[in-house]
Design a protein. Structure first.
Length: 199
């Protein structure tokens, strides 16, 4: 049963060239942003959140949907870092742009690096609901997060891609060589998005 809440499913007939046609179901998704937030000691901010489809509580970076029409990608990331991580950042860079599962969904993901962090006062913090209601925040050295990815202990794709990219940048050309926060995202722009149909 389709609910039209976050995703929709459409059926596409694909022209394979010549006389070939085939049909594919496509999960239509608004896209998302994720944030690898590093403090001055190279510790990564992690949230611990229950994910019902897989039945696990996962360690993840702050992240959220691009489901506000016309919202700037960076503004969405700043909002999610404030709401989920209870911090703000002065320095923003683009780490990774990806399609999360291009064989089945239109979902695109931009992962930012956020540094120069400052804590949000307790009386100004966002109160989460549903899965976010009991979400906890912790700080773990980036090296330990990378080790956890490579040993198979950490599974969230935003965390996997973002932590490995941050580690590569940190130990390679440096964070200052990363794309600016307002870098274009042409791959996403080429995939039209239509919000789920209300049911």
């Amino acid at each position: 049963m389709r609910t039209g809440r976050v995703i929709d499913v459409r059926e596409d007939v694909v022209d394979g060239g010549g006389d070939r046609e085939f049909t594919r179901d496509v999960v239509v998704h608004s896209g998302a942003v994720g944030i690898i937030a590093l403090d001055d000691h190279d510790r990564m901010l992690l949230v611990h959140q229950y994910r019902h489809p897989v039945g696990h509580r996962l360690f993840e970076p702050p992240a959220g949907l691009l489901d506000v029409e016309g919202e700037d990608y960076l503004a969405a990331a700043q909002r999610e870092l404030y709401e989920e991580g209870h911090v703000r950042a002065r320095d923003w860079r683009v780490l990774v742009d990806a399609f999360t599962s291009p064989g089945m969904t239109t979902e695109s993901l931009r992962i930012y690096l956020a540094r120069g962090l400052s804590e949000v006062p307790h009386d100004e913090r966002h109160n989460g609901v549903d899965e976010e209601a009991d979400m906890t925040v912790s700080w773990t050295p980036l090296a330990d997060v990378v080790a956890g990815v490579l040993t198979g202990d950490l599974h969230n794709p935003s965390l996997v891609m973002g932590a490995l990219a941050a580690w590569a940048a940190h130990n390679g050309t440096g964070f200052d060589s990363l794309r600016p926060a307002d870098a274009p995202w042409p791959a996403r722009e080429a995939v039209p998005y239509e919000p789920p149909r209300p049911m």
